[in-house]
Design a protein around this ligand. Structure first.
Ligand code: AKG
Ligand code: MN
Length: 216
């Protein structure tokens, strides 16, 4: 029997995304961007390989631990600031570099940084926010990859009550792309859950502009 040819990019490379937001934003979901076999291997590699740390931010004058572990990787010279803290990226790890290249090849996009989040259990989360820091430029393209436990993600329009919020469980192996004016008009969150859930890794690939770069 002839050996079956397995695609480098899994079986879902040609699938069209589901469009989740098209009004005052652009959000698309590729549910099966990776095959289940790939997600298990990548989750284990990233959990072991990345320098997960506890980040603290300034909130109302107090130093507060964020409810998750995280770490920035990327090209040097592109620091990122939020909530009063500057993050200098670590040099690309081998697995992150491979994922970045696969993303760029398959989606025709380019990135210079990634924020990795590790949600250890159901009490880890990300509160409502927009990724609208000035160094992300006017219309950031953010590619968000999910691995591990399925968790509830939501988007809500900042001002318009006539546009329904979007809620969905992000499956392991999915790719969510937020582009256009999404960060300007919409906020997103990953809520806590009382369910017993395993860990989840999320990678948000971004382009961070420096003061000398055009594109701001
Ligand atoms: O974990 C997620 O799905 C979202 C993470 C996120 O929004 C962020 O890190 O800015
Ligand atoms: Mn975000």
């Amino acid at each position: 029997m002839a050996a079956q040819q397995t695609s480098l990019f899994g079986d879902s490379a040609s699938l069209e995304p589901e469009v989740l937001i098209r009004e005052e934003g652009d959000v698309r979901l590729y549910r099966n961007w990776w095959t289940p076999g790939e997600t298990g291997r990548l989750f284990q590699q990233l959990q072991a390989e990345l320098a997960w740390q506890q980040t603290h931010i300034q909130m109302h004058g107090k130093r507060v631990a964020v409810p998750r572990l995280d770490v920035w990787y990327g090209d040097s010279g592109h620091p990122y600031r939020y909530s009063g803290v500057q993050f200098d990226p670590l040099p690309w790890s081998p697995t992150l570099w491979a994922i970045k290249n696969e993303l760029e090849t398959r989606q025709g996009l380019t990135f210079n940084s990634v924020l990795a989040n590790l949600y250890r259990h159901g009490q880890d989360s990300v509160a409502w926010h927009s990724d609208d820091e000035p160094e992300l430029g006017r219309h950031p393209v953010i590619a968000s990859l999910s691995l591990g436990a399925e968790r509830r993600f939501a988007l809500r329009h900042k001002t318009r009550k006539d546009i329904a919020p979007v809620r969905l469980d992000l499956p392991s192996g999915s790719l969510l792309i937020m582009a256009g004016a999404t960060q300007h008009y919409w906020q997103h969150q990953l809520s806590k859950t009382a369910r017993a859930v395993g860990p989840r890794i999320n990678l948000t690939f971004r382009t961070v502009y420096g003061p000398g770069d055009t594109g701001l």
